[in-house]
Design a binder for this molecule. Structure first.
Ligand SMILES: Nc1ncnc2c1ncn2[C@@H]1O[C@H](COP(=O)(O)OP(=O)(O)OP(=O)(O)O)[C@@H](O)[C@H]1O
Ligand SMILES: [Mg+2]
Length: 279
């Protein structure tokens, strides 16, 4: 028992020390499933890389049951490195470092049957063991809800800088996302901004149709925050980046509206963090 407690304290101290060395840590959550948390996390990481932090951005995929970051970034066939008790992240497009439970699963189609305490330990051990190198911005993707994994993340990440909340404009989404906002207040993590996903569809005529609801001010009022991006339906976000070509690698973003929206959201977050500059 004493040994277990000693080990627990040691891993917690390590996790807090390591995350304390990264100046910006952003949790992406919504409470609601399938609204675009993981796509937002992946695209914000690409956007920060484009904005001058190439090679200094990392993602911890905190979704243990449905890890999807490696797939969205086209790096699900790679492997983590390990040396003694150190773990080295997989390197993705634009030098983004990724750690995900998906790299620990022998077969993608097997369900992951992990009890709560084990999930929290997994998050803790990742945070204690991963060598993040030059990372200045760590984005953390989360599963739907505000369960074990999120509790673990808020417990073992040293001074979370803030949260980005993702929602669809529908009432069904807003009602669930409100719970996530309340959770943030309880754990005292500031809300950096709201990403409104599935905001509109651009018709061949050029007209923008809001098929899920009006959104906009209604979303801001319901959630008590500012929308920092309205993301349209976009094929870019429905396929792995490696299959469609990375628009963030192109100077003018290929005119892609979703990529442009994520770039402007990333700029606003940087502004809010530290007047736009991170040491
Ligand atoms: N704006 C968009 N346009 C087109 N497809 C999108 C858009 N946003 C997300 N998607 C697609 O919708 C699906 C759900 O997105 P995503 O996995 O990011 O949601 P999530 O909130 O992380 O889901 P979960 O709660 O299961 O983790 C994915 O297939 C993704 O590619
Ligand atoms: Mg997800």
């Amino acid at each position: 028992m004493a040994e277990t407690l000693r080990k627990e304290a040691e891993m917690k101290a390590k996790a807090l020390k390591k995350t304390g060395e990264i100046p910006v840590k952003i949790i992406v959550l919504s409470g609601k499933g399938g609204v675009g948390k993981s796509i937002t996390t992946a695209n914000l990481a690409l956007a920060f890389s484009k904005l001058g932090y190439r090679g200094k951005v990392a993602i911890l995929d905190g979704d243990i049951h449905g890890p999807s970051i490696p797939m969205y970034l086209g790096i699900d066939n790679k492997q983590l490195g390990a040396e003694g008790d150190k773990i080295f992240p997989v390197e993705g497009p634009m030098g983004i470092k990724v750690v995900s439970a998906s790299y620990f699963l022998p077969k993608q189609e097997l369900p992951i049957i992990w009890r709560g305490p084990l999930k929290v330990k997994f998050i803790r051990d990742m945070l204690a063991s991963v060598e993040w190198g030059e990372t200045r911005i760590l984005l953390i993707d989360t599963p739907p809800g505000t369960g074990d994994e999120i509790q673990g993340i808020t417990q073992y990440v040293n001074r979370m800088s803030g949260a980005v909340v993702v929602t669809a404009p529908s009432d069904a989404s807003l009602n669930v996302v409100k719970r996530a906002i309340t959770f943030l207040k309880i754990v005292k993590v500031p809300l950096l901004g709201i990403i409104e996903n599935f905001s509109f569809v651009r018709c061949p005529s050029g007209e923008e149709k809001r098929i899920m609801g009006d959104g906009g001010r209604k979303v801001e009022e319901a959630l008590g925050g500012k929308i920092i991006a309205s993301i349209p339906y976009d094929p870019l976000l429905a396929n792995p980046i490696t299959e469609i070509g990375n628009p963030y690698e192109v100077e003018d973003l290929r005119g892609d509206p979703a990529a442009r929206a994520f770039i402007s959201a990333a700029k606003m977050i940087l502004e809010e963090m530290n007047g736009g500059k991170i040491d």
